[in-house]
Design a protein around this ligand. Structure first.
Ligand code: HEC
Ligand code: HEC
Length: 220
């Protein structure tokens, strides 16, 4: 109960901060401006490459935050940092509004290379069992290692929380989710002032990261 209240007070604090910071942009202008992003993120924000995140249906407040973070260097990536430098604040607002208005595509069941080697084609017991583990972690967290339940902030369907700028996760590529959680765990990604995700991911095992990423990638 005490934990739940703590999470709630963090959420409320972020809600008020985030809604002051982010203005909504122009979707049509954003569509034009996003043509330079399409090569990696897909024309409608549904990228084909699993390490390039899908941006479709993501909350505009979160997209704006991340683009500003790439631009000011608090989040860094060899591809994104240079690109974000070229964007004016208005471009960031418009592009974010455009992607937020798109529909996210569904993923097919993840196939891990190790599973492919071990099992004849068509069997996916190992993947299914990881998804079950991931589902449990997402809903309940891990009491023993004090990993918070993801559901508290990212919602029962992975829809996130727009006013608080908690990102939507549903139907994101599993490979990108694994990379993001591993970067939070190591501290390579820590642009959020409260460092919430680092505090959570550092307690997660690599197996838990994979399991929960597989689960989230299948949420619709
Ligand atoms: C050359 C490929 C490439 C291009 C072009 C590109 N991106 Fe990215 N983008 C990436 C990669 C790779 C990442 C993931 C970085 C990481 O792993 O932290 C990313 C991450 C992002 C994120 C963070 C998403 C999240 O869920 O946190 C946003 C927002 C974003 N890009 C917006 C854009 C916009 C807007 C443009 C065009 C102006 C653009 N990108 C062009 C490769 C690209
Ligand atoms: C207390 C709220 C909270 C909880 C609980 C929480 N998250 Fe997050 N999550 C956030 C916030 C805030 C961000 C944005 C971080 C940033 O801006 O750097 C985030 C970002 C993420 C991202 C990056 C998304 C992207 O598009 O790059 C992933 C993946 C993620 N969380 C997964 C999880 C998982 C898995 C769990 C459960 C084990 C979890 N989160 C629990 C608040 C939370």
């Amino acid at each position: 109960m005490k934990k739940k209240l703590q999470v709630l007070s963090i959420s409320l604090a972020l809600t008020s901060a985030a809604s002051i910071l982010h203005a909504e942009g122009n979707i049509n202008a954003g569509k034009q401006k996003a043509t330079s992003c399409a090569g990696c993120h897909g024309e409608d924000g549904n990228s084909m490459v699993a390490t390039f995140p899908k941006l479709a249906h993501q909350h505009s407040s979160y997209l704006q935050q991340q683009l500003h973070a790439f631009k000011d260097g608090t989040r860094s990536d060899p591809m994104m940092s240079a690109i974000a430098m070229t964007l004016a604040d208005e471009d960031i607002q418009d592009i974010s509004a455009y992607y937020a208005a798109q529909k996210v595509s569904e993923n097919s069941l993840p196939v891990s290379v190790a599973d492919e080697d071990e099992k004849p084609a068509g069997t996916n017991d190992a993947v299914q069992s990881l998804i079950t583990q991931g589902s449990n972690l997402y809903r309940n967290g891990n009491l023993q290692s004090a990993v918070s339940a993801c559901i508290a902030c990212h919602g029962p369907f992975g829809e996130g929380n727009k006013p608080a700028s908690f990102p939507a996760l549903k139907s994101q590529h599993a490979d990108y989710l694994i990379k993001a959680l591993t970067d939070f765990k190591s501290g390579a990604r820590s642009n959020n002032p409260e460092n919430i995700m680092h505090m959570i991911a550092k307690k997660m095992s690599d197996q838990e990261i994979k399991a929960v990423s597989y689960r989230i990638s299948m949420m619709k």
